[in-house]
Ligand binder design. Structure first.
Ligand code: SF4
Ligand code: SF4
Ligand code: FES
Length: 318
């Protein structure tokens, strides 16, 4: 047994005007999980402590919360791994969500983005046209298995800095799930699905890798890259996001460096005079500070090595 202090976020909108903190002391084995400790505190100390949970086995996705500043599943987090020097553990609701009561949050924005995907198969033909179920080859299935493990815990969504500044961004889980249907050979709506997830700001992802901390190893960030690549492969390139990706790759492959003038023109669109006029004041301010990038760039030494990397990674280029 160890003396453990749970430093809890408490908020009940029925009685509290502002969130407050409460420290709850328990005698509990530090070999247990954070969820076990919360369950004990609720059963033995204060029955009003609120949090979501169900399976206790990292399957249902209910118990994601912020533990010492890092969001993760409470049922998968051993207490002794997160206990601070004073034997306390700080527990808060997931960030990027509005608290409902204590560690329980309003999940609606997360579910709304998921529902927009139409997260079910939409085959071109009818079930009755098939004698048996529709088959997927093991090779094609391999692409979908990791995403199918997603338990919709929203840990990745809570960790995403882009969601925190722009709540209209679909977020990592929704994009990963879009990928799961885009790559499913039984589905017939690939173009529509790519268009929909692009409308939900697929290209806003800043590739910070924060969502790589996924308790089910879905690696949503890698699926975001796959989805972007797929959208370019099927020709959905007439938007600032894909144009930016393609022109950045092109200039680096050509010279080994980022040709910023070309990137700006390529992203906005060379004949988009209104868009180019909009960035003109920024360009003039940069020029007045001597920060205008060179108009022509010579390839760096060993640029061939850079080109070989691009080719080996099959990076799409404008
Ligand atoms: S991708 Fe991972 S972190 Fe995100 S909702 Fe699914 S299981 Fe949770
Ligand atoms: S990699 Fe993209 S989706 Fe993932 S946390 Fe960073 S910005 Fe968000
Ligand atoms: S209780 Fe189900 S994932 Fe933690």
């Amino acid at each position: 047994m160890s003396k453990i202090t749970l430093d809890l976020f408490r908020f009940d909108p029925a009685v509290d005007e502002e969130p407050r903190r409460e420290r709850v002391d328990i005698d509990f084995p530090d070999t247990s999980t954070v969820l076990d400790a919360l369950e004990y505190a609720k059963a033995e100390v204060d029955g009003s402590i609120s949090f979501r949970r169900s399976c206790r086995s990292a399957i249902c996705g209910s118990c994601s919360m912020n533990i010492n500043g890092v969001t993760g599943l409470a049922c998968k987090t051993p207490i002794r791994e997160v206990m601070r020097a004073d034997n306390s553990v700080k527990i808060d609701p997931m960030p990027n969500f509005e608290p409902m009561k204590d560690m329980v949050v309003h999940m609606d924005p997360f579910w709304d983005k998921y529902a927009r995907l139409k997260p079910y198969l939409q085959p071109a033909d009818k079930d009755e046209d098939h004698e048996r179920e529709r088959r997927v080859s093991p090779e094609d299935m391999k692409k979908l298995v990791a995403v199918a493990n997603c338990v919709m815990c929203a840990t990745c969504y809570a960790l995403c800095p882009v969601v925190s500044v722009d709540p209209s961004f679909a977020g990592p889980a929704a994009i990963a799930y879009a990928y799961r249907f885009i790559e499913d050979t039984r589905d017939s709506k690939q173009q529509e699905r790519i268009a929909q997830i692009s409308d939900d700001y697929l290209w806003l992802c800043a590739h910070c890798y924060a969502c790589s901390y996924c308790p089910k190893h879905v690696d949503p960030h890698d699926r975001i890259i796959d989805t972007k690549r797929r959208s370019i492969a099927v020709g959905q390139t007439d938007a600032p996001g894909p144009r930016h990706a393609l022109v950045v790759a092109k200039t680096i492959k050509q010279t080994g460096m980022l040709a910023e003038n070309e990137v700006i023109a390529g992203t906005i669109g060379r004949f988009n005079f209104r868009g180019l006029l909009k960035v003109m004041p920024l360009g003039l301010r940069m020029a007045s500070k001597g920060k205008i990038p060179p108009l022509f760039m010579h390839p760096v030494q060993k640029v061939e090595e850079i080109r070989t990397i691009f080719e080996s990674m099959e990076v799409p280029v404008a």
